[in-house]
Design a protein around this ligand. Structure first.
Ligand code: F0G
Length: 465
């Protein structure tokens, strides 16, 4: 039996990739003020900015797009969507939204407000923003094992149970609006959460009468890791593992742009009739009527089909193994990566790659510019550009780490595309000692990473800088 794990699909429709020379890219990135968010997609060769909304749909999903019933109320596409989500999650109440953050806005504005606290393995940016916008606090309590970027512990996405207990005691159970378990933990390096941890979190929440919500946008990928590495799951299907996890929680928010293999969409799933009714009121005001919410009938068909395909063993195995292929190969070249490799992305530690570039000169942003300049590859900085703050004296308070995320769109790139990315890292490593830092010349007070302008510093920083 040949060992090569092949892409378990063949290509029916193709889209051109735009090639460019290094000289052209130097000009494009300068014109984009050294911020790849300001590049045009036609200037990008391999786009690893996000795995969200960038999936290739299957022929069955496209067939569903044609079948979509666009009736305002009671469309047959709603029945198909509802039955699929209900069967997967077990939740009676399903609220369709235009994407994940709309589900977050509805649920967390209903639960949150001043004085309330949310606890999570790590709040994703939009999760935190929706919670804080409503006046509540969002506290991250990841397992301490997550801080060690080199150990090969398999479930670095877990919640720290001691911190969960101590925070409940500190703030009082009546003030904890919800515990949010994000699978996989995107902001924590795409690391999976074990079933054991989910069970323990669930027991604590039940004992304390606290609502437990699953951010399930990458639940199929998370199920792969449980199947592979947790005792007692190798005989279960990926879908059964996901269903078991849904059985431990009171509700879920999902961005369908990830593991439902579509370009837009999301939903909120709930058990409790009263909470569902309150959220439905917000859904009707801000998204749409109950049987479509923020979605067209065709979107609901594609999501229902995507939720079936994502649990197919050949797909899921190819998906995780191909992400790991990129991570292991660049690690073997001496590129420092967050380890083990997670499900949807490879995270490079730019502070270790460029030890001479201090946080004030944004090593992560330097690496995303290098990736673009040398290979036309677009990635995203997750470091002091995204999370840095200024103190009262205007001095940068750096982020905890200077990471760059290479997120892999689902079913989009083939192995030769990934081999190309791996090769580009050879050049990046060879040039690393002579690579110059950046400074910010223009920025906004919130979410500055989307729009900030940078300038390359005139000389390479000294090691003591
Ligand atoms: N929760 C998680 C864990 C996410 O990763 C995202 C989006 C959302 C919620 C929000 O969903 O975009 O549909 O509104 N993550 C994207 C990313 C943007 O690039 O990781 P959305």
């Amino acid at each position: 039996m040949p060992k090569t794990i092949i892409e378990p699909f063949k290509i029916k429709s193709v889209e051109p990739i735009f090639m460019s020379t290094e000289a052209e890219r130097e000009r494009y990135i300068k014109e984009a003020h050294y911020n790849p968010f300001l590049l045009h997609s036609r200037q990008v060769t391999i786009d690893l900015l996000t795995d969200s909304g960038t999936s290739a749909m299957s022929s069955e999903q496209w067939a569903g797009i044609m079948r979509g019933d666009e009736s305002y109320a009671g469309a047959s596409s709603w029945d198909i969507f509802y039955n699929e989500v209900r069967d997967l999650t077990g939740f009676e109440y399903v609220l369709p939204t235009h994407q994940g953050r709309a589900a977050e806005r509805i649920l967390y504005s209903q639960l949150g407000g001043a004085g309330k606290v949310f606890l999570s393995n790590t709040h994703f940016d939009t999760t935190r923003a929706n919670i804080e916008f409503g006046g509540a606090a969002a506290i991250d309590i990841p397992t301490r094992l997550a801080a060690d970027h080199d150990s090969d512990h398999h479930f670095k996405g877990d919640i720290d149970l001691d911190l969960l207990e101590s925070n409940i005691a500190k703030y009082g159970r009546e003030n904890i609006a919800a515990v949010i378990l994000t699978v996989t933990n995107n902001s924590g390096g795409g690391q999976p959460v074990s079933m054991q941890n989910a069970r323990s979190v669930s027991e604590i929440c039940r004992r304390e009468n606290i609502l437990l919500i699953l951010d399930c946008c990458r639940i199929a990928e998370n199920a792969w890791f449980i199947h592979q590495y947790e005792d007692g799951f190798d005989k279960k299907t990926y879908r059964e593992i996901a269903q078991e996890m849904f059985g431990l929680v009171d509700g879920c928010v999902m961005s369908a742009k990830k593991d439902a293999l579509v370009n837009m969409g999301g939903f909120l799933g709930l058990k409790d009739a009263k909470l569902a009714e309150e959220c439905t009121n917000l859904l009707i005001i801000t998204e749409g009527f109950v049987t479509y919410g923020g979605l067209a009938g065709r979107d609901m068909e594609a999501i229902a089909q995507g939720l079936r395909e994502v649990f197919e063993p050949e797909y899921l195995n190819y998906r995780i193994v191909s992400t790991r292929y990129l991570g292991e190969h660049i690690r073997a070249k001496g590129i420092p990566v967050l380890y083990p490799i997670g499900g949807h992305a490879v995270y490079v530690d730019a502070a270790l790659l460029y030890p001479h570039i201090p946080a004030e000169q944004y090593p992560g942003q330097v690496l995303v510019c290098e990736l673009y300049k040398r290979g036309g590859i677009r990635a995203v900085e997750i470091g002091s550009v995204m999370f840095g703050k200024y103190d009262a004296e205007g001095k940068l308070v750096p982020a905890a780490s200077e990471l760059v995320r290479l997120a892999i769109p689902r079913r989009v790139y083939t192995q030769s595309h990934i081999d190309y990315v791996i090769e580009v890292f050879d050049e990046i490593k060879a040039a690393s000692k002579d690579t110059k830092g950046l400074r910010i010349v223009k920025e906004t007070p919130f979410l500055r990473h989307f729009t900030a302008h940078f300038e390359v510093l005139p000389s390479v920083a000294s090691a003591s800088a």
